[in-house]
Ligand binder design. Structure first.
Ligand SMILES: Cc1cc2nc3c(=O)[nH]c(=O)nc-3n(C[C@H](O)[C@H](O)[C@H](O)COP(=O)(O)OP(=O)(O)OC[C@H]3O[C@@H](n4cnc5c(N)ncnc54)[C@H](O)[C@@H]3O)c2cc1C
Length: 416
């Protein structure tokens, strides 16, 4: 079924009886050409591009819970391509370009909103770093503008410009950045993949791998053994636990990241802002709630919930930037499990086991990467060659010394 304005009007006038489920609920087959583990944004996007672009015919996505229950439905919805390093910027710029046409590609309203993202700077050194990053972005075909204090004031007059310790000295504006409705991305990719013949199997947990003579033959699951010629793992915060079942230890730690939403307000924040002195980022949803977040909780965990000290820390940070935030009621908060790599950058690579491929280590930034990650992982799975914009995302980069330390702050999850 194609979605359109005409279809919505027709259904509204005829009692909404003509809608069909957005994807099927098939029983798993005994064997597929390609099995993707993880029905998050990355797993579903991979399956979609495998079927649509690479014309693969026999694909299943195995999801232990339900579609959209992981980080893809828990993030703060920010998309951007404001990176500095060569290993990252072309990949994220390709992703941002893919967001720009995603709704047409999927025939699904994902509420892609390029409302602009502004990274504030509070010192001369930060301004120099922002200028350098902006230049790298422009060289890679992205957009960047350096604003002075007055330029920021025009957009966000209510910020705390007079903060003696962290005065606002300007900001790097990335106008094509913005937000996308996160769970619509999961549903849109699931529907698109299903329409191209992908079997999406929910409530199917992968409990192990069948590996014979160094070759992966399939996966053990809560619904029995499922054979596969190739297996792609895209389980985000569960990467360490899953790959341990194949005997692999990854340069990844799992941490909790929390997000928060306030009561609904009249339009106040035109775009996304990030604080350069504390870790705080904020946008306003179309329902009016301020959606914001900050640092990871700082301890390893597989629980999808966070702790109170971080709630206080994030909100303190927010109030030092937007004092009026203290008058707003917090509606709810939630947590997701982040697959934090040791340099803050992801992996899209083959493993040393034939037929077993890995996608993970997305840290805070995996939502914006969803389209490009899906396309690049599909490219790797189908052709056995890395996509040209994902060549740096190798699993052995710590051994060979080719880390992609975007912030230049060191190899620890709490630093990036
Ligand atoms: C609070 C928060 C805010 C964030 N904000 C942003 C942001 O603003 N911008 C941004 O770019 N990124 C953001 N992120 C990061 C981003 O959400 C993630 O990096 C990205 O969603 C991870 O990829 P995914 O969508 O595939 O993960 P998920 O949706 O977590 O998908 C992984 C799936 O694998 C399944 N799974 C796990 N183990 C198994 C198994 N054994 N068998 C079968 N299935 C399994 C899980 O159930 C899950 O559904 C945020 C994350 C959080 C938690």
């Amino acid at each position: 079924m194609r979605y359109s304005g005409f279809k919505v009007i027709k259904e509204a006038l005829t009692g909404h009886k003509g809608w069909t489920p957005a994807w099927r609920t098939p029983a798993p087959q005994k064997k597929y050409d390609i099995v993707i583990i993880g029905g998050g944004g990355h797993g579903l996007a991979t399956a979609f591009y495998l079927a649509k672009k690479y014309q693969e015919k026999s694909i299943a996505v195995l999801e232990k819970g339900w579609i959209g229950g992981g980080n893809v439905g828990r993030n703060t919805t920010i998309i951007r391509s404001n990176y500095l390093l060569d290993g990252n910027e072309p990949f994220y710029e390709m992703s941002l370009k893919m967001w720009e046409t995603l709704e047409q590609d999927l025939n699904y309203n994902a509420m892609v909103s390029q409302r602009g993202i502004l990274n504030l700077v509070h010192s001369d050194a930060q301004r120099d770093a922002a200028r350098r990053r902006g230049n790298a972005m422009i060289l890679n075909g992205s957009d960047a503008e350096l604003l002075d204090t007055e330029g920021v004031r025009k957009l966000y007059p209510f910020l705390n410009f007079d903060n003696q310790r962290f005065p606002i000295k300007g900001g790097l504006l990335h106008r094509r950045g913005g937000t996308v409705r996160h769970d619509a991305v999961a549903w849109g990719y699931a529907r698109g993949a299903d329409q191209h013949g992908v079997d999406i199997i929910q409530n199917c947990e992968v409990t192990g791998f069948r590996i014979e003579s160094g070759v992966c033959k399939g996966v053990e699951t809560s619904l029995g053994f499922i054979g596969a010629n190739k297996v792609g793992c895209a389980v985000a915060g569960s990467s360490g636990r899953l790959m341990a079942k194949a005997g692999m230890r990854l340069p990844i730690e799992s941490h909790v990241l929390q997000a928060f939403v306030s009561e609904g307000l009249k339009p106040v924040l035109p775009g996304v802002i990030t604080y350069g002195a504390g870790h705080f980022y904020c946008s306003q949803s179309d329902k009016g709630g301020l959606v914001f977040g900050g640092d990871i909780d700082g301890y390893n965990s597989y629980a999808q919930r966070g702790n109170l000290p971080v709630v206080e820390d994030v909100i303190e940070s927010g109030m030092s930037l937007i004092p009026a935030l203290g008058r707003v009621r917090l509606l709810r908060g939630w947590g997701g499990i982040m697959d934090m790599s040791m340099d803050g950058s992801p992996f899209i690579d083959k493993t040393h086991i034939d037929g077993l491929y890995f996608n993970g280590g997305w840290c805070y930034g995996g939502f914006k990467a969803t389209p490009a990650s899906g396309l690049c992982f599909a490219h790797l799975l189908s052709t056995d060659q890395p996509h040209e914009v994902a060549q740096a995302y190798r699993l052995d980069r710590f051994r060979t010394g080719h880390m992609i330390d975007e912030k230049g702050q060191g190899a620890q999850p709490n630093l990036h």
